[in-house]
Design a protein around this ligand. Structure first.
Ligand code: PMT
Length: 400
């Protein structure tokens, strides 16, 4: 099915790649309208895009005197998605603030369609805390990013900031389109982050989970149309705006929050690194270091994912397995033992992947099959995992 897309072009040297991007989109059956910023026309002529799309190119906010022109509200309503490539640092900053002083920024404010950015800028501008802050803020509003890529830049620098190649942008766009609405009207409960088990008022037992994997899953599930409840241990990531987020500290609190919200869910994903043990006694005062050794007695915590699987057969139950060795062997054991529908096995204790890293590799295992995903960003992996969960969730509904 052809999709209606606006391609926004900002003023950057990689605007020359936008022509190829538009050509590929047209070839892939998208109907494309191009909107250029005032300065973008200094890098590439509107005529190029007119020839490629067969439609006039929009460059100004007030040009409705042209007979075939749509005004900005019409355009905003027409678009099924807006892809801005290249998206400059300046445009991203204006988008973050909701400034509407030209056609492209006004469209972004007036549309309800998903907005996707392919950033392109000098690597220092990309790494600048101001840009990173803007990126974090717009991502929380649901704006998606493709790239930037890492490599040689037109200015002679090397680093992150290159616009991703047009074919890759198209591939990611098609993947996202396929994932869109996959979980519409489904309710998904996701746990993320570590738990903290107090020993005394100043010390606790915990682990290295940053919450990145679980939060990426929450974003991916939201983008797939799901209503997400996120039960999160203490992490330094802001909650997705459209999720219901419940903040907890301990394994017991996480257990109670999950069990209190599980009955109306369709899918449960246990991504949190829940402490397996908790101190039997919590001192009310700071423990003194009088003795050479200290013994802390630990009690097993309640296994949350097991409790969900055994008490709610109607909920599609997905666990994670974090292992340092014999990954698939231990993961299959957990899949069987905890009676899960699916388990995601990932290796921990390695430099790139597992805990804290922005990247991860995983094998998704179910009763009689598996699929392996090589190392990629956790955001990308989350989209892949949500897709495979959705497939198996719907298949399970057909067989019951
Ligand atoms: O947060 P990041 O830094 O991005 O790192 C991601 C991650 C490595 C934490 C994540 O990908 C991951 O593997 N999460 C599961 C960690 C874990 O606790 O694995 P496990 O093999 O010990 O536990 C198996 C399953 O039982 C998990 O689904 C876990 O949530 C669940 N469990 C464990 C103990 C318990 N008391 N209750 C549980 O529900």
């Amino acid at each position: 099915m052809a999709k209606q897309i606006i391609v926004g072009v900002c003023a950057g040297i990689s605007a020359y790649k936008s022509a190829e991007l538009v050509r590929l989109l047209c070839k892939a059956d998208y109907t494309v309208h191009v909107v250029m910023t005032k300065s973008a026309v200094k890098f590439i002529a509107p005529l190029t895009f007119e020839a490629l799309t067969g439609h006039r190119v929009y460059t100004h906010l007030f040009e409705s005197q042209h007979p075939s022109a749509m005004d900005h509200i019409e355009l905003a309503r027409w678009a099924q998605s807006i892809l801005i490539a290249p998206a400059t640092a300046d445009f991203i900053a204006r988008l973050r603030c909701g400034i509407a002083d030209d056609l492209l920024s006004t469209l972004c404010l007036a549309t309800t369609a998903p907005i996707i950015l392919a950033p392109a800028m000098n690597q220092k501008m990309w790494s600048n805390p101001a840009t990173q802050d803007n990126i974090q803020s717009i991502q929380q509003r649901g704006i998606r990013l493709i790239g930037p890529g890492i490599g040689d830049q037109a200015c002679g620098d090397t680093g992150p900031g290159r616009m991703v190649e047009p074919q890759q942008i198209l591939d990611q766009l098609s993947d996202a389109d396929a994932a869109d609405n996959l979980l519409t009207k489904r309710r998904v409960l996701i746990t993320a982050g570590p738990t903290r088990e107090p020993i005394d008022p100043v010390r606790y037992i915990s682990n290295h989970s940053s919450g990145k994997m679980g939060y990426a899953l929450a974003h991916a599930a939201i983008n797939a149309g799901a209503k997400v409840t996120l039960v999160s241990g203490p992490v330094a990531i802001s909650s997705p705006q459209t999720a219901t987020t419940i903040q907890v500290q301990t394994a017991k609190q996480m257990h109670d929050a999950v069990m209190g919200h599980i009955s109306c869910q369709d899918i449960y994903i246990g991504c949190a690194a829940v402490s397996d043990y908790s101190p039997a006694q919590v001192s009310t005062t700071k423990l003194k270091k009088n003795a050479d050794t200290l013994t802390v007695i630990l009690n097993k915590t309640q296994d949350i994912v097991r409790a969900v699987a055994s008490s709610h057969a109607d909920v599609f139950c997905v666990g994670f397995a974090a292992e340092t060795n014999d990954l698939e062997h231990y993961a299959r054991e957990k899949l069987r033992d905890k009676q899960l529908d699916m388990i995601i096995a990932n290796q921990v204790g390695i430099a790139d992947g597992g805990f804290s890293s922005d990247n991860n590799a995983a094998s998704v295992l179910w009763n009689n099959g598996q699929q392996t995903f090589s190392l990629r960003s956790k955001k990308r992996l989350a989209v892949d995992i949500i897709k495979i969960i959705a497939q198996h969730y719907y298949a399970s509904k057909h067989t019951t």
